[in-house]
Write a protein that binds this ligand. Sequence first.
Ligand code: BTN
Length: 244
Amino acid sequence: FGQVIYSFEDVDSTQRVAAKLAHEGAPEGTLVVAEEQKAGRGRLDRKWFSPKGTGIWMSLILRPPIPPQQAPQLTLLAAVAISQAIQEVTGLVPDIKWPNDILLGGKKCVGILTELQADPDRVHSVIIGIGINVNQTSEQFPEDIRAIATSLAIEKGKPIKRARLIQDILFRLERLYRQYLTHGFRPIKLLWEGYAVSIGKPVTARTLGGVMRGIARGITDDGLLILEDEQNTIHYIHSADIQL
Ligand code: BTN
């Protein structure tokens, strides 16, 4: 991955640029990175704060031969690759909060946004958007997220080389992806569960349909969250915000 890299000083969103390139036929492994995003996008229509020079803002194009309902597996795969790379480069051990937040010291340092171009039976492309707070100081975060966000440098106590981290992430992403295509999601799921904080714990899930409380029991082979409520009913959650 990263054989072809489109690199920008600033861009509205690497996610939008990558989607356009994918639509025009860019090959698997094409990467779009930017020093700054003017309109970085998060999950659930949120903004993603992407200031100049301090973070990693990038989007990767994949073309997996899978049906669309399996695409969430790739978000979990990316979370594993990024967690491994953070561990390798900083020595810190991150937690993953389902589906795709990576935390250090209980605060979010990475967000992943997966978007699809697909027919009902076939995926044309998956755009994996990765935002990593690398070298921000805590004063550099907007006040409304300061209590819940962190950067690798804050946690490590010194600046981290972004290029090395990007290289390590791409290497691990590609290796896990090949493993996924030959051996399926099982091995990835085991790795993911090794980093997961929420499993076995009481959580609150905010979905489009409302708020649900229960114990997170694990994830399905498709990457859905398994939640057991107070009546011991099992729910399978596609998309939600989880609070521990
Ligand atoms: C989340 O809400 O946690 C996901 C955040 C994803 C942010 C990344 S930064 C690179 C890519 N471009 C965007 O506009 N968003 C993603």
